[in-house]
Design a protein around this ligand. Structure first.
Ligand code: CA2
Length: 147
């Protein structure tokens, strides 16, 4: 099986700023841990981060050509603004899990709106870096039981 992990704007700064909010692990560490976890489950995990909405859309299009079966996405602030990302995910029709480090519903009201949630398999929010592992396990379980 092949999965894609997508990270949106500013998540490249993880580990360097605001550790009280987003934890002290770098994105590279989170990605490498998840690649190893995925490998142990027989899943090939591709990782991509961009601060640009268009690049994220292009990566979702590529996922469809590359036979990606599931997507884990932390779209960062684009979660709350991007109809383009929503449309891309719906266009390729690849099952996805929306994930967040923080509990977005416990934060400012502008973070309560998500353009991705209602079409996601599930939402994992608030477990810090562990949200990535939980999302991976949930997506894997979902796809194995919905063959
Ligand atoms: O909690 C999450 O994972 C978020 O997707 C993070 C986004 C935020 O806009 C969403 O509402 C919730 C912000 C990512 C910013 O990442 C930083 C990492 C380190 C230092 C500064 C920002």
């Amino acid at each position: 099986m092949r999965f894609l992990l997508l990270n949106g704007p500013n998540l490249n700064l993880l580990g360097s700023r605001e550790p009280e909010l987003y934890g002290s692990e770098t994105l590279e560490l989170i990605e490498n841990d998840l690649i190893a976890k995925a490998k142990s489950e027989g899943v090939e995990l591709e990782c991509f981060q961009s601060n640009s909405e268009g690049e994220l859309v292009n990566c979702i299009h590529e996922a469809s050509k590359n036979n990606v079966q599931g997507i884990l996405i932390n779209a960062g602030a684009y979660t709350h603004t991007s109809i383009a990302l929503r449309d891309a995910l719906l266009a390729v029709a690849i099952p996805y899990v929306e994930l967040h480090l923080s509990n977005t519903l416990a934060r400012e009201s502008f973070r309560h709106k998500s353009y991705l949630s209602d079409k996601a398999i599930a939402i994992i929010s608030g477990f810090g870096a562990y949200s990535y592992e939980l999302s991976f396990l949930g997506l894997l379980n979902h796809l194995r039981s919905h063959k």
